[in-house]
Design a protein around this ligand. Structure first.
Ligand SMILES: [Zn+2]
Length: 224
């Protein structure tokens, strides 16, 4: 089978389109969620119990919130630049099983950034303390309380890239609608290190765009 719609890609020179209002909307609810931590030699992920009322809507299609994980360094490049960390929040269309993954870069904060007491910092610490799953052992998986919106940049999710791609791990299935936010979450080196230590998944190399279009709903020339 020819694989020609693979991920990740370099997010550069997008076709700028004005999305219809509501092209992307996020409905994760306001309260925190209890996620189950799965950790193995490839890294950690946090899996949410299936709840169709918590979803991401893309062009009117609903994708239920399923899980999140990080890659270090980032898998997508932003104008050729690799970021320290990339968050993938995975959503699934429950009728077709197609995925919509919301990608969020994490970058170093400028000097003068006040040390954040936010959840992201706590997350790294909590996860670093969790041992990888012992195979064949009946252990109760650790639970972590997460408000997914705490994982988004302060600029929100109004500006983003979109393209059709694939899983970045085997079996590399090409059923993923990618939405990658323009603005990174900014954290200090210390905060980033905490997360990197907890999620040490590798990053797959950049794949060719081939005949696809990379779309952006903002003007890349405009100031951030
Ligand atoms: Zn990923």
């Amino acid at each position: 089978m020819p694989y020609d719609q693979q991920s990740p890609i370099n997010l550069a020179n997008p076709v700028v389109t004005v999305s219809a209002p509501g092209a992307l909307s996020i409905h994760w609810g306001t309260g925190p969620l209890d996620g189950i931590v799965t950790k193995d030699s490839h890294g950690a992920k946090v899996v949410f119990p299936l709840d169709p009322s918590r979803y991401l809507s893309l062009d009117g299609h609903r994708f239920a919130l399923r899980s999140f994980h990080f890659h270090h360094p980032s898998e997508h490049l932003l104008n050729g630049r690799q970021m320290p960390l990339e968050l993938h929040i995975v959503h699934q269309d429950l009728s077709t099983c197609a995925l919509a993954v919301l990608g969020v870069f994490f970058d170093l904060a400028d000097t003068g950034h006040k040390k954040s007491k936010a959840f992201v910092e706590e997350l790294g610490k909590k996860l670093a303390g969790i041992e990888p799953e012992a195979k064949g052992k009946d252990t109760i998986p650790p639970i972590i309380r997460v408000r997914p919106s705490d994982l988004l940049p302060s600029e929100g999710h109004a500006e983003y890239f979109r393209y059709e791609g694939s899983l970045t791990t085997e079996p590399f299935t090409e059923t993923v609608s990618w939405v990658v936010l323009r603005h990174p979450v900014r954290r200090t080196q210390e905060e980033l290190s905490g997360l990197v230590g907890a999620f040490h998944s590798e990053a797959r190399g950049i794949q060719p765009l081939n005949r696809r279009f990379l779309l952006a709903n903002f003007d890349p020339e405009s100031a951030e």
